[in-house]
Structures are given as C-alpha cells and as structure tokens.
Design a binder for this molecule. Sequence first.
Ligand SMILES: *[C@@H]1O[C@H](CO)[C@@H](O)[C@H](O)[C@H]1NC(C)=O
Ligand SMILES: *[C@@H]1O[C@H](CO)[C@@H](O)[C@H](O)[C@H]1NC(C)=O
Ligand SMILES: *[C@@H]1O[C@H](CO)[C@@H](O)[C@H](O)[C@H]1NC(C)=O
Ligand SMILES: *[C@@H]1O[C@H](CO)[C@@H](O)[C@H](O)[C@H]1NC(C)=O
Ligand SMILES: *[C@@H]1O[C@H](CO)[C@@H](O)[C@H](O)[C@H]1NC(C)=O
Ligand SMILES: *[C@@H]1O[C@H](CO)[C@@H](O)[C@H](O)[C@H]1NC(C)=O
Ligand SMILES: *[C@@H]1O[C@H](CO)[C@@H](O)[C@H](O)[C@H]1NC(C)=O
Ligand SMILES: *[C@@H]1O[C@H](CO)[C@@H](O)[C@H](O)[C@H]1NC(C)=O
Ligand SMILES: *[C@@H]1O[C@H](CO)[C@@H](O)[C@H](O)[C@H]1NC(C)=O
Ligand SMILES: *[C@@H]1O[C@H](CO)[C@@H](O)[C@H](O)[C@H]1NC(C)=O
Ligand SMILES: *[C@@H]1O[C@H](CO)[C@@H](O)[C@H](O)[C@H]1NC(C)=O
Length: 556
Amino acid sequence: MRLSTLLVGALLGLQASALGRTPTIRELRAKKEEVKARRISRASTSLAKRDTDPEDLYEGHNLTVPLDFFPNETRYEPHTNATFNLRYFFDAQYYKPGGPVFVLLSGETSAVNRLGFLQKGIVNQVAKATNGIGVILEHRYYGTSHPFLNVSTENLRFLSTEQSLAEIDYFARNVEFEGVDADLTAPNTPWIIYGGSYAGAQAAFLRVAYPDTFLGTISSSGVTAAIYEYWEYFEPIRLFAPPDCVAGTQTLIDVIDGILIRQNSTELVQQLKDVFGFGSVTDNRDFAYIFGGVPGWQSTNWDPELNSPTTFNYCGNISATTLLDSAYESKRSTVQTLVSAAGYPANSTAVENVILNSIAYYGGSSLAAWEESGESQDQYFTQLNDTYWQEVDLDAAETWRSWNYQVCTEWGYIQTGNTPEDIKPLISRAADLEYLTYFCRSSFNITTPPKVENVNKYGSFDIEAPRLAIIGGNADPWKMATPLRDGPQTRNSTTEKPWLEIAHGVHHWEENGIFDNETTPTLPPNQVVYAQQFLKNFVIDWIREFEGAGSETTEL
Ligand SMILES: *[C@@H]1O[C@H](CO)[C@@H](O)[C@H](O)[C@H]1NC(C)=O
Ligand SMILES: *[C@@H]1O[C@H](CO)[C@@H](O)[C@H](O)[C@H]1NC(C)=O
Ligand SMILES: *[C@@H]1O[C@H](CO)[C@@H](O)[C@H](O)[C@H]1NC(C)=O
Ligand SMILES: *[C@@H]1O[C@H](CO)[C@@H](O)[C@H](O)[C@H]1NC(C)=O
Ligand SMILES: *[C@@H]1O[C@H](CO)[C@@H](O)[C@H](O)[C@H]1NC(C)=O
Ligand SMILES: *[C@@H]1O[C@H](CO)[C@@H](O)[C@H](O)[C@H]1NC(C)=O
Ligand SMILES: *[C@@H]1O[C@H](CO)[C@@H](O)[C@H](O)[C@H]1NC(C)=O
Ligand SMILES: *[C@@H]1O[C@H](CO)[C@@H](O)[C@H](O)[C@H]1NC(C)=O
Ligand SMILES: *[C@@H]1O[C@H](CO)[C@@H](O)[C@H](O)[C@H]1NC(C)=O
Ligand SMILES: *[C@@H]1O[C@H](CO)[C@@H](O)[C@H](O)[C@H]1NC(C)=O
Ligand SMILES: *[C@@H]1O[C@H](CO)[C@@H](O)[C@H](O)[C@H]1NC(C)=O
C-alpha cells in the first residue's frame, strides 16, 4: 500500500503519457498492478476525484481495420490480410449538421486515459465551440486495440509510425458514428486532428502524409524529431525548475559520479552505497540510476488536482544547504570522506548537507519502498532483468512493451546523463546508452540504433504545412524534440500556420480543462485560457475556409 502511495507521482506521469522520464522496472511493476486493477475493478487511479469517472460516461466502439497497410514492404513480412478492432469513443452532444469531426489521438496509452479531455478538456471545448463531434481514437497495440493475444516480437512487427498513420487515415474515411444519421467521413466532412506528445507528432505527420484527408491538425508538445540519445530531456528542467533544486541535484549527482566514475575504487563505491542504504545493489549503474532528474517535473500541471506533489517535496529536501534533520549528523564524517574523495575541498559543509539531506529523502522514498517489497535490493533495483523484459502479455504491452518496441525500432529518446562537459548533468553519467538500451537487446534482440529516419522523413524540427498548428510549453522536457526547440521567435504565427509557445507551460498544458463552474480567477491560468481560445479561434477559421466564403456561420 505504501508503495503505491510513494509512487503515485511517478505513476501519474506514466499514466498521463507513456512518453515520460524513462521509468524503472520497479515503477513499471507498480504501474502494471494498476493497469490490472483498473481492468478488473476500474479502481480509481486518478488523483482527480471531484468529477464523474469519464469511463462511466462514454461507451467504447470498434472499427474493423486492416493490420497491414503496406503489403509491399519487406519489413512487415510475413504479410497478412488480417483485421483487428480499433477502439474509439465519441461524444455527439454538441453535434449539428455541418459540424466538424474533432479527434484526439490517444497515442501510446489506453484511450480510457484520455477520456477526461472529452469530458471537459480540449475536445469538449472545441466540439462545443464548433457544433462538432468529439472523438478519442486509440492506437494499435494499446488499450483494447490489440491485433494479437500477446506482444511477442514477431507479433509487434506491424507497430510502426507509418502503419499507425495509415490506420488513422482509414478510420477517417470509413467510420460511422452510431446514432448519428449522417456520413461524416473525410474528406467531405472537415476532420481536425489533435494530439499531444507522441500523438502530437502523429498529428503533425498526418497533415504531411495525408493532406487530402485531414483539413487541419494540431501538434501539441509534438515530438516531431526522433532522437536516439536524448540527454536534452533534462535541459528544460535544468533551465526552468527552481534553481536551488537544480543546483542541489547537480551537486548530488556530481558527488555520486565523483566516486563511481572519477574515483571508481571498490571501497569508496561500497562506502557510498552503504551510506545511502543501498549497499546490496550490485551494479553501479543500477545504484546511480536511483537518483536525480527532479522527479515528477514532467507531470507538473496547472490544475492542482492533476499536479503531482513529488517535485515540490523533492525540491524542498534537495534545495536546502543546511541540515534538515539533525539525526543525520552521525553520517557526516563518512559523507565528508566521500565529498572530499569526489574532489571537493575539505569541510564543504553545504555540499555535505545536500548529501545528508539526500540520504534522508531517498531513505524515505526509494529505500522505504524497497523495504516494503520483501525483495533483495538487486531484484528490486536492477534494470538488467531478462525475465522481466521478456514478458509478452497484454498488461506488459500496456505498461511498457508496446512503447519500448517503438523506442527501440524508430524513436529512441534514451535519456542519458551524457551532457556536454560544460553542463552538469541531472542524472548520473553512468546512466549511458549501453545501460539504458539494455531492454532493446533483452526484449527484442535489437542491437542496432533505432531507424529514426522512418520518423524524421516527415519533416522533423522543420515540419510545416498549411493548417498544421504547433503548440508547446517553454518548460517542457520534450521541447528539445519539437519545432519549438529554438524558442517562439523561430516562426511567426498565422491562421494558416498557427504557432504558440505557452509561457511557463510544461507538457501539452492546453489539453486538459476544467468545467466552467470550477474556474477561479487563477484557474485555469491566463496563458492556458489564452492557448485554448487561440486554438478554438483558428479551428473555427479553418472550418469557415472549408465551408467557403458564401456560408455565414456567424454563430460560431
Ligand atoms: C471491441 O474489441 C475489443 C477487442 O477485440 C473487444 O474486447 C470489445 O468487446 C469490443 N467492443 C465492442 C463494443 O464490440
Ligand atoms: C503493391 O504492389 C502491387 C504490385 O506491384 C501493386 O499493384 C499495389 O498497388 C502495391 N500496393 C501498395 C499498397 O503499394
Ligand atoms: C491478401 O489478399 C490478396 C487478394 O485476395 C491476395 O492476393 C494476397 O495473397 C493476400 N495476402 C496474404 C498475405 O494472404
Ligand atoms: C504469442 O502468440 C503467438 C500467436 O500469435 C503464439 O504462437 C506464441 O506462442 C505466443 N507466445 C507466448 C510467449 O505466449
Ligand atoms: C570502474 O572500474 C572497473 C574495474 O576496473 C571497470 O570495469 C569499470 O568500467 C569502471 N567504471 C567506470 C564508470 O569507469
Ligand atoms: C521532504 O520530503 C518529504 C517526503 O516527500 C516531505 O514530506 C517533506 O515535507 C519534504 N521536506 C521539505 C523541507 O520540503
Ligand atoms: C574541518 O573542520 C574540522 C572541525 O569541524 C576541523 O577540525 C578541521 O581542521 C577542518 N579541516 C580543514 C582542512 O579545514
Ligand atoms: C526479475 O523480474 C522477475 C519478474 O518481475 C522477478 O520475479 C525476479 O525476482 C527478478 N529477478 C531479478 C534477479 O531481479
Ligand atoms: C538475435 O539476433 C541475432 C542476429 O540478428 C540472431 O543471430 C540471434 O539468433 C537472435 N537471437 C534470438 C534469441 O532470437
Ligand atoms: C516575423 O515577422 C516580422 C515582422 O513582419 C519579421 O521581421 C520577421 O522576420 C518574421 N520572423 C520570421 C521567423 O519569419
Ligand atoms: C460542474 O459541472 C459539471 C458538469 O456539468 C458537474 O458534473 C459538476 O458536478 C459541477 N461541479 C460543481 C462544483 O458544481
């Protein structure tokens, strides 16, 4: 029980999007338990408790879809003519004849995790503003949209970026919405696609790959550039997280690396592990990977009910340069030895205090969670576990395996501590490519880098098209993989090519919303209200353009 409480911050991040900080096996195990629990009992896994569970509001529907859209490509051999059930949810309460279809792509997770956006987030808002129909569309190999009963490597071969785009095109051209007595297929009805994060990249690519199907697409925090080694994940965190918290984290990691990498003596390494209580973690990299990164940052949200307290608590502990709990004074002499061995001057009291406060913080979090587990430290902390990485059941698919396959084959985003020399990393340099791609070898027998060109051929950072909107936050860890990498001045915004950077925004902050009766002068914050209105305005303009100058739809 305590385990799940401790991990709730991390899990929230994972649930909101599988595209987060690379989770550890122990986080994945806890997530899998939640996936199972939800499947069985729909036990609430959300921190937002004030509203009706959206799963009670919407019914799932399936469209029968071909599995293999590229019968001539050798990479998908052996080919198949099989079909599978692609799941979607919709809400037609605002629909009036002539209205658009507004689809949110649920990306690398179950569509159920995106239903809140239909209930009161961006989908609800746009459908209401345009008399449209709101849709949440699942992605092959996630949720219930599984072509096979397991996700063995062989069965995963049809999981690729181009297959996923083709399936969305097929959906738009073939779906019939139950109870809606009209042909709403594309391109005769205006279709607008929205996606955040990985799905934001898909949204952008669709406008390039299928320009005749989709009237317009919106790429929110859309990671349009696939990057193998993505140390830049930590850059927006380094630049936008509270400066004292960043400095404390860098100090902690520098002391750890000073011992593990610069000294690398067996005795000192053991002393370092022991003083933190992780003395039985055998692999130095598994030990190093316990620390750092400003936990929970990506899940920071403007809505207090969605926001994770993890970052706040972590920073409260790591920012202090005074000793927070005098009980840890007894470890000072050991810490002094380690700090000085790591290359710091003797009696660097502030540095010692950061380490002592870290010992206290990780003692109350990672160490306490391990104590609850009843496992050995190696069982609990290692990332090098073939038994784990070779699981192929559908819960494993949802928890990690489908997305990891995409990581290893096409996307990368391996978040190493390998910063340039002049940037102090937020995670250990021991967390390198070799270590962090262990699962590619173990799970899929993939030993070569991902084919990022399969993704980047759509335009990467420079992707651009009429009625393709780019939106993101300046403090988003994924910013460095989006067209907004170099900041808002890179392009000028027009109705034809909308472009917006949300100040102080993190990951797709305009995607979630709150009911009108829940707003306050500060909720949503101004820049989110602005972003959502901006989005609705250009969507309305696009639809007007589609309808032609003749029809006056002033009520929009
Ligand atoms: C949709 O397909 C899934 C997987 O095949 C199945 O479990 C589910 O019952 C189907 N739903 C409907 C409404 O037919
Ligand atoms: C595959 O190749 C056949 C024969 O060359 C061709 O007729 C067909 O259009 C191709 N299919 C696709 C989807 O490219
Ligand atoms: C799929 O169906 C087509 C047309 O019937 C046939 O030519 C082709 O061999 C089939 N492909 C597979 C893999 O069964
Ligand atoms: C996975 O499913 C395939 C059929 O799609 C089956 O041949 C294989 O034995 C299954 N593997 C495991 C490990 O269950
Ligand atoms: C530490 O030393 C061991 C044994 O000499 C070596 O195998 C390992 O690569 C070194 N580690 C680092 C991080 O340099
Ligand atoms: C340190 O972290 C713990 C556990 O997360 C938290 O309860 C505590 O308030 C934090 N301390 C400070 C000073 O923020
Ligand atoms: C470090 O501080 C201790 C007392 O806290 C003192 O005895 C010692 O001389 C100091 N060492 C240096 C190198 O300043
Ligand atoms: C590896 O993972 C499996 C499955 O989760 C677990 O039962 C086992 O204890 C782990 N073994 C080691 C050595 O970590
Ligand atoms: C892994 O791939 C290599 C080279 O492609 C192959 O020789 C080997 O048999 C594969 N191993 C497994 C377990 O599939
Ligand atoms: C944006 O517009 C301004 C004013 O028209 C122009 O000076 C500037 O070069 C434009 N920037 C870009 C990136 O196109
Ligand atoms: C606000 O409106 C929603 C939807 O109409 C409703 O479910 C919710 O209970 C209302 N909340 C409050 C605080 O009245």
